[in-house]
Design a protein around this ligand. Structure first.
Ligand SMILES: [Zn+2]
Ligand SMILES: [Zn+2]
Length: 445
């Protein structure tokens, strides 16, 4: 057995551990997941559980560092804003330090002549305990901003209309034969944009946590707001914060720093975190109605109904994955397949123990429900497909695009896929396509 002190030095502890177990077993998969679970002991995982608590003294220190960075170079505000954001994340709820962080951020905007952002931050400072004795300073700034705005074009006040739909797909597209690929049911011209979709789930790199929204991934150091419960994530809007909480942060907040350790290492390791975020959708569906959910996933004719993703609501995409991602063969001679299966078994167990079993509030909810023992198997099914589901080549984030991922590759493709800001996957035809033809892109190596 690998010693914890050795594991700790592995660049990627979780996959490193899964790989070393696999090598130790000569790539023979466990007979079943329960066997893998029974061999796994807590001390195999070298990290103690723990959550970084909010701390006003740390918030003060970060704010001072931000002030110094801003003073040093007022024209380059990236570093200062990042530190202010970190300070805002660290400040305890109800403390004046939260208000002071927002107020300092508003000063940066004032000097950058970004008046709308400045006002927004002044408002946040007021709502979050900015000290009463300093309020006149904030009031002065606000007056000067309003004066500037009066002199400027009034259009500065018009809020941009941000589309919130997850994707836009040409209605002629449908799933291909045998549930494979995407084809069109009418002819299309070269240059037509056939698919536009935002990531359904994504994970932001830890070093960008104070620059990007943890839900939509948009780069926005200006108005990010912190999670009230942890120091690791920020959001660009209340809507993103609510969506994130409903869809996964309600499960992750308590273990957010444990997850950082679980998925640390080369960027590709974050694919497993995206898989875990997809798995939270499984947990949500399960908690909603355990018996009905298990009936659906365990009855083949029921699960069959989720094979066509074009006919589904986003909340059911994960059922589509469970319906189409098959477990690998157990008795295969293919050494690569056996190795992949064994690594996936250990990864799934590790993720299940750290993220689910040791997640106190979730575990007590799950334990009350019959059938929760089935959940690790569903996580395992997703883990096996991790590398084929995710796009990890985009800088700073790892994404799951439910429709883009269905496109098959060809050496003579008829479409081109690219990712445009803000993280939108766009598929454009590079030549005319006739009715019934499959849409393909060039494969990534
Ligand atoms: Zn957002
Ligand atoms: Zn949180």
């Amino acid at each position: 057995m690998l010693r914890p002190e050795v594991l700790e030095k592995l660049e990627c502890p979780s996959v490193g551990m899964a790989t070393s177990w696999t090598i130790g077993r000569k790539s023979v998969p466990f007979d079943n997941l329960e066997e893998a679970r029974s061999l796994f002991k807590r001390n195999n995982w070298p990290f103690a559980k723990g959550k970084i608590a909010k701390s006003n003294s740390k918030a003060v220190s970060l704010r001072e560092q931000a002030n110094a960075a801003y003073k040093k170079d007022p024209n380059d505000t990236t570093k200062a804003l990042q530190l202010y954001n970190q300070s805002i994340c660290m400040a305890e709820e109800g403390s004046a330090d939260l208000g002071l962080g927002y107020a300092n951020r508003s000063a940066v905007y004032f000097n950058r002549k970004q008046y709308r952002e400045c006002l927004h931050n002044i408002e946040l400072a007021r709502q979050h305990n900015y000290p009463a004795e300093m309020m006149s300073k904030l009031g002065d700034r606000e007056q000067r901003v309003r004066q500037q705005l009066l002199e400027k074009d009034i259009s500065d006040y018009v809020e941009e209309n941000i589309p919130t739909r997850h994707c836009s797909i040409k209605s002629c597209l449908e799933v291909g034969e045998g549930g494979q690929g995407i084809r069109t049911n009418r002819s299309l011209e070269e240059g037509e944009k056939v698919l536009l979709e935002k990531p359904f789930v994504l994970v932001v790199e830890a070093e960008l946590a104070y620059q990007r929204c943890d839900y939509c991934g948009s780069s926005n150091e200006y108005n990010l707001r912190p999670c009230k419960g942890c120091t690791a994530v920020m959001y660009c809007s209340e809507e993103c914060q609510d969506q994130s909480f409903q869809r996964y942060h309600q499960f992750e907040c308590e273990i957010v720093d444990d997850l950082q350790l679980l998925f640390r290492g080369p960027k590709a390791t974050r694919m497993f975190h995206v898989t875990l975020r997809l798995f939270w959708h499984v947990v949500l569906l399960f908690l909603e109605d355990p018996i009905e959910f298990l009936r659906r996933v365990e009855t083949p004719v029921e699960l069959e109904k989720y094979c066509d993703p074009f006919a589904l609501e986003p909340s059911d995409y994960v059922l589509h994955l469970l319906a189409t991602c098959r477990d690998s063969e157990h008795n295969t001679d293919d050494i690569q397949e056996r190795t992949g299966k064994c690594v996936s078994q250990v990864m799934a167990i590790l993720m299940y123990v750290i993220a689910v079993e040791e997640n106190e509030s979730l575990w007590s909810r799950l334990n009350e429900a019959d059938g929760s023992k089935k959940l690790p198997f569903l996580l395992f099914r997703l883990v096996q497909w991790t590398d084929r589901l995710m796009d990890h080549e985009i800088e700073g984030v790892t994404c799951f695009y439910p429709f883009t991922r269905l496109l098959r590759h060809s050496s003579t493709p008829n479409a081109k896929q690219s990712v445009e800001e803000p993280l939108q996957s766009v598929v454009v035809l590079t030549c005319p396509v006739v009715q019934g033809q499959e849409i393909t892109t060039i494969g990534k190596e």
